[in-house]
Design a protein around this ligand. Sequence first.
Ligand SMILES: Cc1cc2nc3c(=O)[nH]c(=O)nc-3n(C[C@H](O)[C@H](O)[C@H](O)COP(=O)(O)OP(=O)(O)OC[C@H]3O[C@@H](n4cnc5c(N)ncnc54)[C@H](O)[C@@H]3O)c2cc1C
Length: 250
Amino acid sequence: GSDLQAIRTIAVKKGDKYIVNGSKTFISNGFLNDLVITAVKTDTQAKGWQGMSLLVIEDGTPGYKKARKLEKIGLHSQDTAELVFEDCEVPVSNLLGKEGQGFIYLMEKLQQERLVCAVGAVAGMWGVLEMTKKYLNERVAFGRTLSKFQHIRFKMAEMYTEAELAQTFIDRLIEEHLQKHDVVTETCMAKYWTTETLKHIVDDCLQFYGGYGYMEEYPIARMYRDCRVNTIYAGTTEIMKELISRRIPI
Ligand SMILES: Cc1cc2nc3c(=O)[nH]c(=O)nc-3n(C[C@H](O)[C@H](O)[C@H](O)COP(=O)(O)OP(=O)(O)OC[C@H]3O[C@@H](n4cnc5c(N)ncnc54)[C@H](O)[C@@H]3O)c2cc1C
């Protein structure tokens, strides 16, 4: 969830095993996976982010259950599952990195995960715009193709401008990220802005399809459902704004 520090799954060391108890509700590819990297509290007395560790838990480990495949409104090509750990016995050798450093490891990788989301959102913008442009040149109303209506042309002009802005921004961030610069604030900006922008672009493009946009046989309908989650996972838009506002000098 948004409050990563509130993780309640615990791992208690007994001999050469950690005994893990807890659950995780939304895990992408949770059913298909052969192993999961699980954030657990190894020090239950530690406050906040401290005392968290990462354990590699393999499929078939006693006490590890893939409890439920969740029914989603979109992203049907990828499963999302609920995982449960009940007295799950994990060898101590499956500890990833050092004990107690789990939260720091997660933070170190979040910049990349959010950047990947932004890259996906920008790719989605180009994809939906090109697809819609093609449709606008085919569909005829009032004796003209839809592409001839000024309102539609202006909306397309606006959305192509947004896609160009987004592209320029993420190109810069990818470059800086590869140079190992700290672009956490800018990545939060990119994650929230590109995913929100994709959401509105897909919605506006769907409108241009009229009733066909609401039909499953047109890929725009699937894009509409699939893109909705982008502003939620990998940190919600609200959490991104929270992080940005903490880091900019107000
Ligand atoms: C399809 C899918 C796949 C996922 N895959 C994974 C995965 O593989 N691994 C993984 O770890 N997680 C995964 N998640 C979980 C995802 O990251 C969380 O759903 C997301 O971070 C939001 O947490 P939450 O659902 O608990 O919502 P909550 O934290 O309960 O938030 C509910 C609402 O309150 C708002 N809110 C919360 N705190 C604040 C605040 N301080 N200020 C303002 N608003 C706030 C949120 O923005 C949101 O709008 C997945 C989720 C989905 C839907």
